[in-house]
Design a protein around this ligand. Structure first.
Ligand SMILES: [Zn+2]
Length: 808
C-alpha cells in the first residue's frame, strides 16, 4: 500500500508571520522568546498540514536557511565569527547570514547563492581544508520534540537533512586563514547554480561523514523512523568521477551505523537520469526521484516525456528503475508548479506499478517554493482559474487522494470507493472548468521562435555614437532609484482606489522630475526615470500584460525574511496597451540628456512567475518577447534612443543539466533578440544581469547581441572581468563599480581604481561606468554620495585617458 509524504513545506507563515517576527527581532522590537514562539507556531502549522500523510517530515523548518543550519549543526563556522562572543546558535546563525559589527570593524556575512535553478537563495557555507566538524544537535532535537509533543509517540517521523555530498558541493572552500567575504570566491566556474563542487571540498567528505554518522545515531535514539538525506546534486550531469566515487564511499560508511533510522536518499529538481547506476549502488533504504522536472530543460526525463499537456505529469519507464531499492519514493506532483495534476493520467501509470514496489508518493521536491494555500485567494484570481490551481496544502490533498485511489479496490480492478470516486470526479471537474476558462481567453498561440538578426554591431555602434554623442566612459545607472516610504504609500493607496489616477500620476511625475534633476546635478550621461511606479520589476509588467494573474497571498520565500509574490501565467501573453511610454516620455521631457527606456526581459518575466504547464515554457517566453517587442517599438517611435531590457534571471533559468545548455542558449538569446528585432540601427539596446559569472553561458549572452551589457563586478574587485575577454563576442560593457548591496559609500579613488582595472580588460570605447544593480533598496543620501564619487571617478579616468597618462 503506497505511503504519502512530502520533502518539505513552506515555513514563512500563511501570513508571513515568520518574516514579520524575524524583522521585529532584528530591529529589537521583540525578544528571543517571542521569536521562538513564532518559530514553534510555524512548525506546528507544518505538522497540521501533514495530518493526513503517512510519514511526517520535520527538520525542514529554519529561521533563515537550511544550508546555514547545516553549517551550524556541524560547527562549520568561519574563524571571523568566532570572536564575536555569540554563544547563542540562533544569533550566531543570523550573524553568519547578515554580518555583524564588532569593535574591530564589520564582519562580512557569508555569500548567498541561488538554490539550483530556483529563485530561493541559500547561504554559502565557508569551509577551509582544516575544518573539523562537531555536532551541535540542539535544533535537531528541538524540531523532533516539537513534533512528538504535537503528534504523540506513534507517528512515524522523517527528519530532513541536506546530504553530506550536496552540502560540500555547494559550500565554498577558502584558503586556510582567509578572512574576507566569500562573495567573490563563490563565483568560480560552476553549474547552473554557480556552485563549483571544488575538488578540495571533496577531501572533507570523510570527516564530514563521520559527524553525519554520529547524527544518524542520535536520530535513532530520538525514535525517528526515517532520515531524508537530500542530494539534489545527483540530478546534475556534470559530477566528476571523483565526486561520484566520494559519494559512494560516504554512503557506504553511513550504512555501517548499527543503530540508524531508515535512509531515504532524495534527489530533486530534475530526474536523476545520469546517476541512476550510482544511486542503485548506494546502500540506502529508499530513493526519491523527481518525475516532473522543472520544465526549463528539454531533456526527456524518467526515460520518457516531460509535462506537455496540462498537468499530465510523468511517464514512468519501469525498466529505468531496475536495481533501485524496492522502496521508491516517486515525486509525481509538480512541487514547483501551481497547477492541479492530472490524477487520472497519474493513476493509470501508477497502477502498473503499485503492486510491484513498495511505493512512497510525494511531490517532486520540497513545497518550499510554493505558496501555502488557496484558501486565502478569493478576490484577485478569477474563480474558474482558482479551480485549476493547487498550492502546498492542495498538493498534499492531491497526494492523499492518489493514495486512496490506489489503495481502494482489489489488485486486479483498482476500483476506488464511492467517496474516492466522487473526490476524483470533483477534481477532474475543477480542472475542466479551469481549462475551459483558459481556452476562452486564448490559449494556444504558438509565437514565432526566431528573430531576425540586426545589422553588424560595428555599423550600429557608429550610428548610435553619432546620434548619442556621449563622452568616453559614459556613466549611467541600472534603472531604479530609492523607493521611499512615501512612494510605497502612494502606490498602495492607488492600488486600493484611495487616491485618483490623476493624483497618483502627479506624484509619480514629481518623483521622476526630481530623480532626473538629481542625476543631472550629479552629471550622469545617460539618465533613467528611476522606476518609482514599480514595486517589483516583474510584478509591474505582469500587472500590465494579459496572461499573468496576480495572487493576494502567494508569497514564496526568496531568502531569509524576504519573500516574492510570483504571478501565475494562465493564458496567452499579450500587451493590451503601452506600459511604460507615459513615464519614459515624461522623464525625457524633463531633460536634454538621453533617458533610457526600461523593460524586464522575457526570460526573467517567465522565470520569476509560475508558468503554464500545457505549453512549453519556451513558448511563454516568446509570447512575452513578442509583447515586449511592441513596447520597444513604441518607445522608439516616441523618440527613446536607448532601451534597456533587463534579464536578471537569465542565468538562473539555465537548465541544470549541461546537456540542455546549448538548446537553452539558442532559444533564450533568440527570445531576447525578438524583443529588439526591427529597431533602427541607431537605437541602442542595453541589457542588465546581476552577476558576471558567464563562464557557462557566455555564448548565450553574446548571442543576445545587446549593444551594451551591464553586470555586477564590484564585490569581486572586477576579477570576474577576466572571463569576459575580448573574444567573448560581447560589445560594450558596464561592469558595476559600485556595490549597491552595501551601505558603504565607495571613495572616488576606490572607484577610479576599479575603472582602471576594467580598462585592463576592455578598450575605453567599450567601457561604461555604472553601479552593480538598481538602487531601489538604498537611501537617497547614500546614492547621491556614491554616484557623485562614481561620476568624479569616471571624469578622472576620462581625463587620464585624454591626456594620454595611461593607454588602454
Ligand atoms: Zn540587477
Amino acid at each position: 500500500m503506497p505511503k504519502t509524504h512530502t520533502l518539505g513545506l513552506p515555513r514563512i507563515g500563511e501570513r508571513r508571520e515568520l518574516k514579520k517576527a524575524l524583522e521585529s527581532y532584528w530591529n529589537g522590537m521583540i525578544n528571543r522568546n517571542q521569536l521562538r514562539e513564532v518559530g514553534l507556531e510555524m512548525q506546528r502549522l507544518s505538522l497540521r498540514y501533514q495530518r493526513e500523510l503517512d510519514i511526517v517530515t520535520v527538520g525542514d523548518f529554519s529561521y533563515y536557511d537550511r544550508m546555514l543550519d547545516t553549517a551550524l549543526l556541524f560547527d562549520a563556522v568561519p574563524q571571523r565569527f568566532r570572536g564575536l562572543g555569540l554563544y547563542d546558535r540562533l544569533n550566531l546563525g543570523f550573524a553568519l547570514a547578515r554580518g555583524a559589527t564588532h569593535s574591530d570593524g564589520d564582519v562580512e556575512p557569508l555569500a548567498m547563492r541561488k538554490w539550483f535553478n530556483t529563485n530561493y537563495h541559500y547561504i554559502v557555507p565557508e569551509l577551509d581544508s582544516r575544518c573539523s566538524f562537531r555536532l551541535f544537535p540542539e535544533d535537531v532535537r528541538g524540531q523532533i520534540r516539537t513534533a512528538r509533543r504535537e503528534l504523540g509517540p506513534d507517528t512515524p517521523l522523517k527528519y530532513a537533512l541536506i546530504g553530506p555530498a550536496t552540502f560540500l558541493y555547494l559550500s565554498s572552500l577558502r584558503e586556510t586563514g582567509g578572512t574576507g567575504s566569500a562573495a567573490g570566491a563563490a563565483c568560480c566556474a560552476g553549474d547552473a547554480c554557480g556552485a563549483a563542487g571544488q575538488a578540495g571540498a571533496l577531501e572533507l567528505l570523510p570527516r564530514l561523514t563521520t559527524v553525519y554518522a554520529e547524527l544518524l545515531g542520535l536520530l535513532a535514539q530520538e525514535g525517528v523512523a526515517w532520515v531524508q538525506l537530500e542530494e539534489p546534486i545527483l540530478v546534475l550531469d556534470s559530477l566528476s568521477p571523483e565526486w561520484l566515487q566520494g559519494i559512494e564511499v560516504s554512503y557506504r560508511e553511513l550504512q555501517e551505523i548499527p543503530q540508524a533510522p531508515k535512509t531515504l536518499l532524495a534527489t530533486y529538481f530534475e530526474f536523476a537520469n545520469e546517476n541512476l547506476e550510482l544511486i542503485a549502488r548506494l546502500p540506502v533504504d529508499a530513493v526519491h526521484l523527481d518525475l516532473v522536472g522543472s520544465g526549463w530543460g528539454q531533456q526527456v526525463t524518467a526515460g520518457a516525456k516531460p509535462q506537455t499537456t496540462q498537468g499530465s505529469a510523468i511517464n514512468l519507464d519501469l525498466s529505468r528503475l531496475n536495481g533501485l531499492p524496492q522502496q521508491l519514493s516517486l515525486g509525481v506532483l509538480d512541487g514547483r508548479g501551481v497547477w492541479k495534476a492530472d490524477l487520472d493520467a497519474l493513476l493509470e501509470q501508477l497502477r502498473l506499478f503499485a503492486h510491484r514496489r513498495e511505493l512512497l508518493l510525494a511531490p517532486s521536491c520540497s513545497l518550499l517554493h510554493l505558496p501555502y494555500s488557496l484558501e486565502s485567494e478569493h478576490g484577485l484570481v478569477p474563480e474558474p482559474l482558482l479551480a485549476g490551481l493547487a498550492f502546498a496544502r492542495e498538493k498534499l490533498a492531491e497526494l492523499v487522494l492518489l493514495r486512496q485511489a490506489l489503495c481502494a479496490g482489489d489488485d486486479a480492478g483498482f476500483t476506488p470507493t464511492g467517496e474516492t470516486q466522487q473526490a476524483l470526479a470533483e477534481h477532474r471537474a475543477c480542472r475542466a472548468r479551469c481549462r475551459e476558462y483558459q481556452e476562452q481567453q486564448g490559449c494556444n498561440a504558438a509565437p514565432a521562435q526566431t528573430a531576425p538578426a540586426r545589422s553588424p554591431y560595428a555599423r550600429r555602434a557608429k550610428l548610435q555614437h553619432e546620434k548619442l554623442q556621449l563622452p568616453l566612459l559614459p556613466s549611467t545607472t541600472i534603472g531604479s532609484f530609492p523607493q521611499t516610504p512615501e512612494l510605497r504609500r502612494v502606490r498602495r493607496a492607488f492600488r486600493r482606489g484611495e487616491i485618483t489616477g490623476t493624483a497618483y500620476t502627479a506624484t509619480i511625475r514629481e518623483e521622476i522630475a526630481r530623480t532626473i534633476k538629481e542625476q543631472e546635478e550629479i552629471g550622469l550621461d545617460v539618465l533613467v526615470h528611476g522606476e518609482p511606479e514599480r514595486n517589483d520589476m516583474v510584478e509591474y509588467f505582469a500587472g500590465h500584460l494579459d496572461g499573468f494573474a496576480e495572487t493576494g497571498f502567494g508569497w514564496v520565500q526568496s531568502y531569509g525574511s524576504r519573500c516574492v509574490k510570483p504571478a501565475i501565467i494562465w493564458c496567452d501573453i499579450t500587451r493590451p496597451e503601452p506600459i511604460t511610454l507615459e513615464w519614459i516620455g515624461y522623464a525625457q521631457s524633463c531633460t536634454d540628456r538621453p533617458v533610457k527606456g526600461m523593460l524586464t526581459g522575457p526570460v526573467t518575466m517567465v522565470k520569476w512567475s509560475f508558468p503554464r504547464v500545457d505549453i512549453p515554457v519556451r513558448d511563454q517566453v516568446f509570447q512575452t518577447a513578442a509583447a515586449l517587442a511592441q513596447e520597444v517599438r513604441d518607445l522608439e517611435a516616441q523618440g527613446t534612443s536607448i532601451i534597456q531590457i533587463d534579464e536578471a534571471a537569465f542565468k538562473e533559468a539555465q537548465p541544470l543539466k549541461r546537456l540542455d545548455w546549448p538548446g537553452y542558449a539558442e532559444w533564450a538569446s533568440a527570445a531576447f533578440r525578438r524583443c529588439s528585432a526591427g529597431v533602427q540601427d541607431s537605437t541602442q539596446i542595453h541589457t542588465h544581469m546581476c552577476y558576471s559569472d558567464f563562464s557557462t553561458l557566455l555564448d548565450a549572452v553574446a548571442a543576445m547581441d545587446a549593444d551594451v551589457l551591464t553586470i555586477e563586478t564590484s564585490r569581486s574587485e572586477m576579477a570576474l572581468l577576466e572571463s569576459l575577454h575580448q573574444e567573448a563576442g560581447l560589445h560594450e560593457l558596464g561592469p558595476g563599480v559600485y556595490d549597491i548591496h552595501s551601505p558603504l559609500i565607495p571613495s572616488t579613488e576606490q572607484l577610479a581604481r576599479r575603472i582602471r582595472i576594467a580598462l585592463g580588460h576592455l578598450p575605453p570605447e567599450r567601457l561604461w561606468i555604472n553601479p552593480d544593480c538598481g538602487l531601489k533598496t538604498r537611501r537617497w543620501d547614500e546614492v547621491r554620495a556614491a554616484l557623485r564619487n562614481m561620476q568624479q571617478a569616471a571624469e578622472l579616468v576620462r581625463a587620464e585617458l585624454q591626456s594620454g597618462e595611461r593607454t588602454a
